[in-house]
Design a protein around this ligand. Structure first.
Ligand code: UTP
Length: 292
């Protein structure tokens, strides 16, 4: 059997982002800045670093800022050129030169599974990545690259996980499965439970926003009934996929921030700003001066 590569990454970005109201009345959540870069750009850069050369963004009403962001900005670039602002010009051009991007519309926010299904025609019959843009992951080797390396060996669907201790586990889909012998980060998945009570959680391996899925997921999602909240849930689709083929978990190396949540975005902002050469030293002094 010839091995297949993961070339395409799907970014569901059609949700309402209600946790950031009122900002998200007019700004897509995915465009909120983490220091000075929209959170979705961190995910796009991670996908490129993992070898993906086609990015599919699932958008909806009120999300045109995402398309503008990854487009050429003639007026801005002409102005920067005239003023000799070479570095800023490069920053702007880098974004538009990044990669081949396509957009598909999810007319109604009917759930993550439904958003992924919208990308079916653009993905076609090959394995693909799904990146939830509001999960920002800081890692020496990008999280998706780590997963792609595992995919090359197992040639099956992979769900990124992190260990969650205590009652916080109830906010996640949780894997029922064990770490495989010989590969301490890969989990042999037997089942998944969506948002279990702490006592019922089958493990501490919580699913986070990075997936590599085989195209069979589309067939399954088509037949999956609407689940919690009247939405087509991706986890329900993955449960169906598990009936047909092997699915793996992958306990990634790195730190994840839930930038779709206020506290998560604030924490990420502090950590990312402290690491910046241009901001870090002054910001550190400011933080030290606070009488907390
Ligand atoms: P979330 O549930 O975190 O996003 O979905 P949300 O619904 O926009 O946010 P809150 O909870 O109201 O604050 C994770 C990702 O899936 C996308 C979202 O845009 C987000 O990037 N999504 C979710 C879709 O594209 N379509 C949907 O129907 C639901």
């Amino acid at each position: 059997m010839t091995k297949t590569k993961v070339r395409k990454a799907v970014f569901p970005a059609a949700g309402f982002g209600t946790r950031f109201l009122p900002a998200t009345k007019s700004i897509p959540k995915e465009m909120l800045p983490l220091v000075d870069k929209p959170i979705i750009q961190y995910g796009v850069e991670e996908a490129i670093a993992a070898g993906c050369d086609q990015i599919v963004i699932v958008t909806g009403r009120g999300k045109s800022a995402i398309e503008d962001h990854f487009d050429v900005s003639y007026e801005l670039e002409t102005m920067l050129e005239k003023r000799g602002k070479k570095e800023l010009l490069a920053v702007s051009r880098n974004v538009s030169n990044m990669v081949n991007l396509s957009y598909v519309r999810q007319k109604e926010a009917m759930g993550l599974g439904h958003a992924v299904l919208m990308a079916r025609d653009l993905v076609g019959d090959e394995p693909f990545a799904v990146i939830l843009p509001d999960d920002v992951i800081d890692a020496k080797v990008g999280c998706l690259k780590q997963m792609v390396d595992v995919f090359e060996k197992v040639q099956g669907s992979i769900l990124a996980t992190q260990i969650v201790e205590g009652p916080g586990i109830s906010a996640y889909g949780v894997l029922d499965g064990e770490l495989m012998k010989g590969d301490p980060r890969v989990i042999d998945v037997k089942g998944l439970v969506e948002k279990p009570k702490m006592a019922d959680a089958p493990s501490k391996h919580a699913i986070i926003g990075r997936y590599i899925l085989t195209p069979e997921i589309f067939e399954v999602l088509e037949k999956t009934p609407l689940g919690v909240g009247g939405e087509l849930q991706l986890t329900d689709g993955i449960k169906g996929l598990l009936q047909k083929e092997k699915v793996y978990g992958y306990s990634f190396e790195g730190k994840r921030y839930d930038a779709g949540d206020k506290l998560g975005l604030m924490t990420a902002t502090v950590d990312y700003a402290l690491r910046r050469d241009d901001l870090g030293p002054q910001f550190r002094e400011y933080l030290k001066s606070l009488k907390l």
